[in-house]
Every structure is written in structure tokens, then in C-alpha cells.
Design a protein around this ligand. Sequence first.
Ligand code: FES
Length: 181
Amino acid sequence: MSKQTIPGIERRRLYLVGGLCALGAGLGAARYVVTQPQPPAGHPLPVGFGDLAAGKLMTVEWHGRTVWILRRSADEIAALAGYESELTDPASLLSLQPEGCRNPHRSLRPEIFVAIGQCTHQGCPPVLRAGAGNRNEFLCPCHTSKFDLAGRVFRNGPAPANLVIPEYRLEGDSRVVIGEA
Ligand code: FES
């Protein structure tokens, strides 16, 4: 059985290109986080989501922005791991969210995901769809940036950072107050 190998110089070139791509994505995210205004706050908006089924997304308007509330299923929560190397900012170090949401599921409670439904590239509204390997994702139709169900952006699109998460708090199992920590 013959085995094809990449010559040393070619391999080094591939490593260099990969490293430069990763560096570019990192710099883009860093630039994003210092140039963007903080997410809006105040004018709290209470929203009931008691009848939102697992896997379903609802949208509300707040401060002129579209805010998503997604109830993730147990399978969707479990699927939020294992592909971190494909993400620009897997630990959300260079993205905008409240401190309590800087975790792998980017939320106060794993099953409830709240985010501003605007792409961090040029603000188009991404859509929820079935992605590769039957893993649901958000696709921005404008220039094909993709985000996982925690709003973490994949490297292979132009969006520089994860979706923005506003301040919010949860009241019991069926109500969120957007805009209030
Ligand atoms: Fe979403 Fe450009 S606005 S990819």
C-alpha cells in the first residue's frame, strides 16, 4: 500500500498559511470588541417563554433590535462541543456578552439562549437551519457566516465575532427580562 506524504517545505507552507488565517481571525475579533459599542441596556422588557418548545426560536423587538430566545434541547446542548478549533472565538474572550454568559453555552442557563439576532459582520439577520452533521446552526444569508447554537462564529465566514448577548435575567422557568442584569 502506498502512502502519499506532503514534502517538508510544502507542509511548512501549509502551517504558515493556517497560522496566518488564525492570526487574522483573532485580530478581526479583537478589533471588533474594541470598536463596537456595548450592547444596549435599560428599558427592561419582560418576555414569557413558557410555551416555547425545545429547539424552537422566538424573536422580540427591543431597543430597535431583534432579540432571540431559543430553547435548546438536551441534544443541542450536548452538541456544543468538539469543534472548538473551527471557531474564531470559542471561549468568547473577544466577543460581547455579560460576564455570566462567558461560558461554552453563552447563557445564564444552558437550555435558554438569548442573543441579538444580527450578524456581527454587517448586521443581517441570520436564520436557524439544519447544518452539517445534523447539527443546527444559524446561517447569515448575506455573506454566509455561520454561528453555532451558542452564537459562536465559525472561522470560514467574514463575521469577526460571536453574536452579541444583551444583559438579561431569568425569572423562574418561563420569563426573561431583557435589558436588566
Ligand atoms: Fe452576515 Fe455579512 S452580514 S455575513
